[in-house]
Design a protein around this ligand. Structure first.
Ligand code: DAK
Length: 257
C-alpha cells in the first residue's frame, strides 16, 4: 500500500502509521484523513496485524492541527458536514477499532492533532510534546470530538480551562492529568510504544476486541456499559481463542493465538 500523506511500516504484527507532511507539521488535510481511513479499513480484518501505532513524521510535531489553510474558507453547512464525516470516517473508526491503537505523540499535538491522539486507545508522549485545543483562538471549537474526549480523559474543569484559554500543556502536565500514560525521550518513544504493543500480541485478539467494545460502551450515552460487558463476556465463551487460552493454562504452555 502506498499513500501520498502517510507511511506504513509493518513489523511482527505491529503496523506503525506515520503521518508524513513534516513541512506543514503534519497538519491534517482532507487527503490525509482519507489516506488514514483507507489504511485503517484495509488493516481492520487483516489477521497479520494485531496492534497499530500512529505517529507524526519528524521530531517537531505529531499533528499541529487540522490544516488551517484548507478549512479557512469553509461555510456553516460545509463545516457541519465535514465534522460529521471526519468524526465517522477517522476519529470514531479509531476509537472503535478492534485492535489496540496507540498514539506516539512526538511533538505538537494541537487541535485536530490532539483529537486524533485522543481517539486512539491510549497515548505515549515524548518529553518535547505539547498538547492543546487552540481552536477558539481561531474562532471555532474542536470539531473532531475534542469537546467530548478531553473532559472524559482529564475531567471537565481542566478540559474547560484548556479549551477556553487555548493554552498548550507540556508532556509532564499531560502525564499528571492522565492524558498520556508515559513520557519518554524522543529516542525512546517508538521503542516504548513497540514494547507495549508487543505485550498485547501475547493475548487473545478476540478478547481484546471484546474488551475495547465493553470499555467504550461506558462512554456511549445510548448504551449500558455493564450490559455490554455481560454480552461481550458471554460471547467470549463461544470463541476458539477462549478454548485455546484455558486449555493452554491447564497444559502449562503458552497459548497460541
Ligand atoms: N495547518 C496548516 N499549516 C500549518 C499548521 C496547521 N494547523 N500548523 C503549522 N503549519 C505550517 C505553518 O504554516 C508553516 O508553514 P509555512 O508557512 O512555512 O509554509 C509550517 O507548518 C511550520 O510552522 P511554523 O513556522 O508556524 O512553526 P513554529 O515552530 O514557529 O510554530 C506551532 C509551531 C505549532 C506553534 C505553529 O505552527 C502553530 O501555532 N500552528 C497552528 C496550531 C493550530 O492552531 N492548529 C490548528 C488548531 S484548530 C474541522 C474539524 C476540526 C478542525 C477544523 C475543521 N471541520 C470538520 C471542518 C480542527 C481545527 C484545529 O485543529
Amino acid at each position: 500500500m502506498e499513500f501520498q500523506n502517510i507511511l506504513i511500516d509493518v513489523n511482527d504484527k505491529i503496523a506503525t502509521i506515520t503521518i508524513n507532511r513534516p513541512k506543514q507539521l503534519n497538519a491534517l488535510n482532507k487527503a490525509t484523513i482519507s489516506d488514514l481511513n483507507q489504511v485503517l479499513m484495509s488493516l481492520k480484518n487483516d489477521n497479520n496485524i494485531r496492534c497499530l501505532i500512529i505517529t507524526g513524521s519528524g521530531e517537531k510535531a505529531f499533528v499541529a492541527g487540522a490544516d488551517i489553510k484548507e478549512f479557512a474558507h469553509f461555510g456553516v453547512e460545509e463545516g457541519k458536514k465535514l465534522a460529521k464525516s471526519g468524526q465517522e470516517n477517522l476519529f470514531d473508526l479509531i476509537e472503535n477499532y478492534p485492535k489496540p491503537v496507540i498514539a506516539a505523540v512526538n511533538g505538537f499535538a494541537l487541535g485536530g492533532g490532539l483529537e486524533l491522539a485522543m481517539a486512539c486507545h491510549f497515548r505515549i508522549a515524548s518529553d518535547n510534546a505539547r498538547m492543546g485545543l487552540p481552536e477558539v483562538s481561531l474562532g471555532v471549537i474542536p470539531g473532531y470530538g475534542g469537546t467530548q474526549r478531553l473532559p472524559q480523559l482529564i475531567g471537565k474543569g481542566k478540559a474547560m480551562e484548556l479549551i477556553t484559554t487555548a493554552k498548550m500543556m507540556t508532556a509532564d502536565e499531560a502525564l499528571q492529568y492522565h492524558l498520556v500514560n508515559y513520557v519518554v525521550s524522543s529516542e525512546e518513544l517508538l521503542p516504548k510504544c513497540i514494547k507495549i504493543a508487543t505485550a498485547t500480541l501475547h493475548n487473545s485478539p478476540k478478547a481484546i476486541n471484546a474488551a475495547i467494545n465493553a470499555v467504550n460502551a461506558g462512554y456511549n450515552n445510548d448504551v449500558n456499559g455493564y450490559n455490554k460487558e455481560i454480552e461481550e463476556f458471554g460471547n467470549c465463551f463461544g470463541s476458539d481463542e477462549f478454548k485455546e487460552g484455558t486449555t493452554a493454562f491447564m497444559e502449562k504452555r503458552k497459548p497460541n493465538y
